[in-house]
Design a protein around this ligand. Sequence first.
Ligand SMILES: Nc1ncnc2c1ncn2[C@@H]1O[C@H](COP(=O)(O)OP(=O)(O)OP(=O)(O)O)[C@@H](O)[C@H]1O
Length: 246
Amino acid sequence: MSTLKIEDLHVEVEGKEVLKGINLEIHSGEIHALMGPNGSGKTTLSLAIMGHPKYKITKGKILLDNEDITNIDTDEKVKKGLFLAFQNPIEIGGVKLSTLLVAEYNRVQGSGQMATEIFQKVKDFTKSVGISETLLNRGVFEGFSGGEKKRTEILQMLILKPKFAILDEPDSGVDVDGLRIISDIVDKMKNEMNTAYLIITHYRRILDYVNADKVHVLYRGKIVATGDMSLAKLIDEKGYESVIKN
Ligand SMILES: Nc1ncnc2c1ncn2[C@@H]1O[C@H](COP(=O)(O)OP(=O)(O)OP(=O)(O)O)[C@@H](O)[C@H]1O
């Protein structure tokens, strides 16, 4: 059993304090949903956890199994089992998707396997997220549709087998079949590998497929409400005002 703990996290971006004391505790096998109005700081939290240099942690700590990982390199965080599926993945020109995925597979699962065997595994994973194998021959995210990008992020998660996955709006721009595929993978990894999740979302839609243990509402850089799935339902029906007022 692993625990990711965020303690009193304050984060500054371009000289402005965006997060003002976030506390969160996520255990293996748990799914936490993070909701909140536009600009409340959800993506800032995900990038700060992963160590993006623009998102400066000015106070507070990130602890992984009581080890302080606040200031370690992103690469080290990934090695320790943290993963982020970006809200808007950027194109990496000149790097083929297959090259990236094979390198990731090799790093995490590949030891002792032949190159052809590894490539076949990568192709199988690609098929399982419902995208065309031809994308493997293109630059990473180059000309990918919105839904293809989201599915490719989940493909990377499948290969990297993280302990803690932060999914930043995995449901945006994804069609109904894609949503089902993504939700099934989230559930499968939770059940088989005890993966824990922080899922950032605007809609209850994904929570109809994935059962969140806790739902948090972020507003102006602070978590103003925490509850169960009924909180997401309330937001869906009545908007944020009903939650923020209370
Ligand atoms: N790199 C940046 N430079 C300047 N301001 C930033 C930067 N990143 C975030 N911000 C600001 O920080 C605030 C929080 O942004 P963030 O993207 O974390 O919100 P969010 O809750 O994820 O919003 P959304 O639901 O619209 O995706 C916003 O006011 C945003 O303009």
